[in-house]
Design a protein around this ligand. Structure first.
Ligand code: NIG
Ligand code: ZN
Length: 385
């Protein structure tokens, strides 16, 4: 196997607190990395780097773990630019537009869906994302959910069955729930690692606490890990249900009670914040600072989807988390890398500790603070080794 020495690294963020400056980011300056067989084999001061077969000099740039985007809906056709424009003119977001995307996605063939998902993953990689979770949820029939998960599985191993996104137009709620927890789950489980549910009792289209529990327990019985869309549009049972059932992550967390925060702090469920959603729906941001201060593990993700956030940019999420949710630049970077890995229960990504995957993102900047300091400037990209 060919080994590669990456050198000329002004600042290396390892997310390994055992190395470097002792902070959670494990920062080394004037550093180098040796990668071999897709894994990190060595990190340390450039002057002490071992020999390798190839050498890549990044010329004084910062290198960070590739971003782990633990929440996306990349398999969809069409877009909802008109809905976005109407929202910016004052229309509220209520999830009604999901039906528009379901219709477009059902019309698209498997090849088109696969091409769209692959192009979006490439767009993410060009911005530094090296691991992405991809959900179904715009098919909402057995056939179209299978097609969506097939497209997702072609681009990532982190696939999520989201048949319980909404009750599709024209379907009866009870019958649809029986389908999602029965035939659709049986068809989709072999293609998925996770199951997710949009738990939002205030929405006529999404699912209440009892329905979400039924979806999650059926998914668990089918061997899937659990994820929840919770507390996005208003207060609700999503967060506490996720913690009670041992979900890996509960995502959005925009409207939390003190009891929700306490449950997250005591539990093993990551709170994944999606600040691009609040940006694009002009909604109040979650209290990211409060969650961290309470001891909750926080991840950041894009939620890239055509309705609430059509952005694939993890650097934008970092900038929003710093500006709008009062995370420090270091906390936001950790949440976008190691936090995302925790939300996916992965120990091989989101870190550049020895043995981890050699998923590196290089920044056209001397320090990772520039991710938040230079919003909108495309400084991050995955380093091709
Ligand atoms: N909230 C539920 N689902 C997506 C939005 C879906 C859509 O509007 O198309 C979300 O995570 O924000
Ligand atoms: Zn989502």
């Amino acid at each position: 196997m060919t080994s590669t020495l990456v050198t000329g690294i002004a600042e290396l963020v390892t997310n390994d607190p055992a190395v470097g400056d002792g902070s959670p980011l494990g920062v080394l300056r004037g550093a180098a990395v040796v990668a071999e067989d897709g894994r990190v084999r060595w990190t340390g001061p450039a002057a002490a780097a071992p020999a390798a077969d190839r050498r890549v000099d990044v010329g004084g740039r910062a290198v960070v773990p590739g971003f782990v985007d633990s929440h996306s809906h990349l398999v969809f056709a069409g877009d909802r630019a008109a809905e976005f424009a109407a929202r910016m003119a004052g229309q509220p977001y209520d999830g009604g537009g999901i039906a528009t995307t379901v219709a477009a996605t059902r019309r698209a063939g498997a090849a088109e869906l696969g091409g769209l998902a692959a192009a979006r993953v490439a767009e993410m990689r060009a911005q530094g994302t090296t691991t992405v979770e991809v959900k179904s949820g715009y098919g909402l029939t057995v056939e179209h959910e299978v097609a969506s998960l097939t497209a997702a599985a072609a681009v990532t191993s982190e696939t999520t069955f989201l048949g319980a996104h909404v009750v599709p137009p024209g379907a009866a709620r009870e019958e649809y729930l029986a389908l999602v927890t029965g035939e659709m789950l049986r068809a989709c489980a072999p293609l998925a690692r996770w199951i997710d549910v949009f738990c939002e009792p205030g929405s006529a289209r999404a699912f209440d606490g009892d329905e979400a529990r039924a979806v999650l327990t059926a998914g668990r019985a089918a061997g899937l890990g659990l994820r929840v869309h919770g507390n996005q549009l208003g207060p609700g049972p999503g967060v506490q249900l996720a913690v009670e059932l041992g979900a890996a992550s509960v995502d959005h967390c925009t409207h939390l009670s003190d009891a929700d925060v306490a449950a997250l702090a005591d539990g093993d469920t990551v709170a994944t914040l999606l600040p691009g959603v609040e940006f694009a729906t002009r909604s109040p941001y979650p209290d990211g600072r409060g969650l961290l201060d309470a001891g909750v593990t926080v991840a950041l993700a894009t939620d890239c989807n055509p309705g609430t956030c059509y952005s694939s940019s993890m650097p934008l999420m970092i900038a929003l988390a710093v500006r709008e949710m009062h995370l420090t630049p270091a906390e936001a970077l950790w949440a976008a890398t190691a936090g995302g890995a925790r939300a996916l229960r992965r120990t091989d990504v989101g870190t550049l500790a020895v043995g981890a995957r050699a998923d590196l993102a290089v920044l056209a900047a001397p320090s990772s603070v520039h991710l938040a300091y230079r919003p909108g400037v495309p400084i991050a990209s995955a380093l091709e080794l």
